[in-house]
Design a protein around this ligand. Structure first.
Ligand code: A2P
Length: 344
């Protein structure tokens, strides 16, 4: 069977990656529709040798569509996903609009593919930082049990969209030219104040919420529990934006239930874990970096070591391309998994 696919937000940072993945993947596509805002209507992109015109997204855009990949912001998902579902499409949504909705499966194919069976027309793709962390933690949880997680992130600017990336470049140029950098977007488009990201580190991603945590931090906390299907896991997060274009890095501290686990035991599990590439050989300076992760679908893990004081505590460094596994690839992978499971 072949499928009629639509990308909503096809001109965005994530939408462009979706297009690239579908171009190369063996994904069975009958037709591809590229949707964005009115501003982009009429622009042309090539796909598998064909010229495709971008169209404005409307309620009528989804007739005959089987799979609609949304990545144009939560408001657009709320506005247009009902029409897409009504037209018979399965919506795979990269925004946070429905992630914590109890009726909506929140899926990382390596972790909880069975949740796909419960869908009612819409499947949510988790937050980029959450995805790569659970890909690394789930195989350890299955083998050793997982009690708590404390994560600090070093997140790339592309996660905030193409305009934020342009802002980083312009600010970097400005600073190098000895000028004052101008900030209009980061740390968060929806907040009042803006600070330069160039040559800086901003401890705010998304707006502040309960308990002094940002929404991004709450996303990591709540989504991890939902994906793992376990509300008992203790999770806490600090999310930081750094002036890297793509590739999120994370320092993950975790405590397993089993008190007798060694670093070698963890290597043994992660070396064959789905979607994970183990890069851990400090004697030879082998460890993952953001730059190396760009363009790859896997999650890279290294610097695994036992906590100095806590017997069942470990630290690791987890890196992945935030636009791929953190967004576009996880969405396309959900579609592939649904086909494999006979759900599409
Ligand atoms: P457009 O380029 O036409 O504005 P990013 O996350 O990189 O900022 O991308 C956001 C994506 O969401 C873009 O593809 C953008 O299209 C799309 N988008 C923004 N507003 C709308 C809208 N009203 N309808 C459909 N797509 C939209």
């Amino acid at each position: 069977k072949e499928y009629n696919v639509a990308i909503v937000g096809a001109t965005g940072a994530v939408g462009e990656k979706m297009l690239g993945l579908l171009e190369n993947a063996s994904f069975p596509i009958k037709s591809l529709k590229l949707l964005a805002s009115k501003r982009s209507a009429g622009k042309v992109k090539t796909f598998r040798g064909q010229e495709l015109q971008i169209e404005e997204t409307t309620d009528e855009s989804f007739e005959g569509i089987d799979i609609a990949l949304f990545s144009a912001g939560g408001g657009i998902t709320k506005q247009f996903s009902p029409a897409a579902i009504k037209a018979g499409a399965v919506v795979i949504d990269n925004t946070s609009a429905f992630r914590m909705d109890p009726e909506t499966p929140l899926v990382v194919p390596e972790v909880n593919p069975e949740d796909l069976r419960k869908h009612k027309g819409l499947i949510a793709n988790p937050n980029c930082s959450t995805i790569q962390m659970v890909v690394a933690l789930q195989p350890l949880r299955e083998k050793f049990g997982l009690d708590r997680v404390i994560v600090s992130t070093y997140q790339a600017v592309s996660g905030a969209g193409l305009h934020a990336l342009e802002e980083l470049k312009a600010q970097t140029q400005a600073v190098l030219n000895g000028e004052e950098p101008v900030a209009n977007i980061l740390p968060c488009g929806g907040d009042k104040k803006h600070f330069p990201i160039a040559f800086n580190a901003l401890p705010q991603i998304d707006v502040f919420s309960e308990g002094g945590y940002t929404y991004e931090e709450w996303k990591m906390i709540n989504e991890t529990k939902k994906i793992m299907g376990d509300n008992e896991i203790k999770v806490s997060a600090t999310c930081v934006r750094i002036p890297v274009m793509s590739g999120h890095s994370e320092s993950v501290y975790f405590e397993v239930d089993d008190k007798n686990v060694s670093v070698a035991d963890i290597w043994e599990v992660l070396k064959d874990a789905p979607g994970v590439v183990l890069q851990d050989d400090t004697a030879n300076q082998v460890y993952p970096t953001a730059r190396e992760s760009v363009g790859k679908n896997e999650t890279f893990v290294g610097r695994i070591r036992k906590d100095v004081d806590v017997d069942n505590g470990f630290h690791m460094w987890v890196v992945s391309d935030n636009l791929l596994k953190g967004a576009a690839w996880n969405s396309v992978q959900i579609a592939e998994k649904m086909i494999e499971m006979g759900l599409l």
